[in-house]
Design a protein around this ligand. Structure first.
Ligand code: ADP
Length: 254
């Protein structure tokens, strides 16, 4: 079977400088897309683009803080001026959960979760929809989390933002289906990224084992497994799929 075809698509991904975003950017570029790698960390975005270019594929980098509405607007203008009509936007930029029970969560940290994980997706979706309405459609893919479908102790703010992203995904999917705009989310569980490794290493060994043991596959997911699902969604093999929150969790929620 051939790989899901994304050839010649212009795909913009936020938070493309590391982890899931980096893996998705590299896979999509290798499959023929032109990929805009946007990140608050310019150095990382440039590094990912340099690696993609060295492999002979097509990418460019942009610096953006997705929590800043004006910067998100600028990101869209720059992306269009670099590679024309945007076919797919992947809203992946995010900050991690605050590991504390709700009554101990600092309000500033809560606001930061809302600003990046929710408002960042909101600003980007509004721009993407405006652009896609003028260009006969497109596809928005939001990187949510299993925490957007089910909660757990000490993830309140993060879980609230991811539930909200799942809600925005469903709302936009039904509002814009007739305009040929698809909107989907992916909901990964613990994925082996620098962010998750950073969280795990601060937990007692027993709790680390508990997290892995709670998964029917007894392992973390990999960034490539998430990137593969995103690539399939980006392709024309998934054209009847919209409003979905695709769970990538090794069977955990089952
Ligand atoms: P994940 O496990 O989801 O891949 P990472 O921390 O590896 O987590 O990736 C998240 C990406 O989002 C990072 O590259 C980070 O720099 C980026 N990011 C975080 N905050 C913002 C922001 N406000 N605007 C744009 N990108 C951001």
């Amino acid at each position: 079977m051939t790989a899901a075809n994304v050839d010649k698509k212009h795909i913009l991904i936020t938070g493309g400088g590391s982890g899931i975003g980096e893996a998705a950017a590299k896979l999509l570029a290798a499959r023929g897309a032109t990929v805009g790698v946007a990140d608050i960390n310019t150095e990382n975005a440039d590094k990912v683009v340099a690696q993609i270019s060295a492999d002979g594929h097509d990418a460019y980098s942009l610096t953006v803080d997705v929590s800043d509405k004006a910067q998100v607007e600028q990101m869209y203008q720059s992306a269009v001026s670099k590679a024309g009509v945007i076919n797919v936007v992947i809203n992946n930029a995010g900050v991690d959960h605050i590991p504390a029970p709700m009554h101990e969560v600092d309000d500033q940290a809560y606001m930061k979760n809302i600003a990046v994980n929710l408002n960042g997706v909101w600003f980007s979706m509004k721009n993407a929809i405006g652009h896609m309405l003028q260009n006969s459609g497109g596809h928005i893919i939001n990187v949510a989390s299993v925490a957007g479908l089910r909660s757990a102790p000490s993830v309140s703010a993060y879980s609230a933002t991811k539930h909200a992203v799942v809600g925005l995904t469903k709302s936009a999917a039904v509002e814009y289906a007739r305009a040929n705009i698809r909107v989907n989310a992916v909901c990964p569980s613990f994925i082996d990224t620098p962010m998750v490794q950073g969280v795990l290493k601060h937990l007692p060994e027993k709790q680390q084992r508990g997290i892995i043991g709670a998964n029917p596959m007894k392992r973390l997911g990999t960034v490539d497994e998430v990137a593969g699902a995103i690539a399939w969604l980006c392709s024309d093999e998934s054209t009847f799929v919209t409003g979905q929150s695709m769970v990538l969790d090794g069977g955990m929620l089952a």
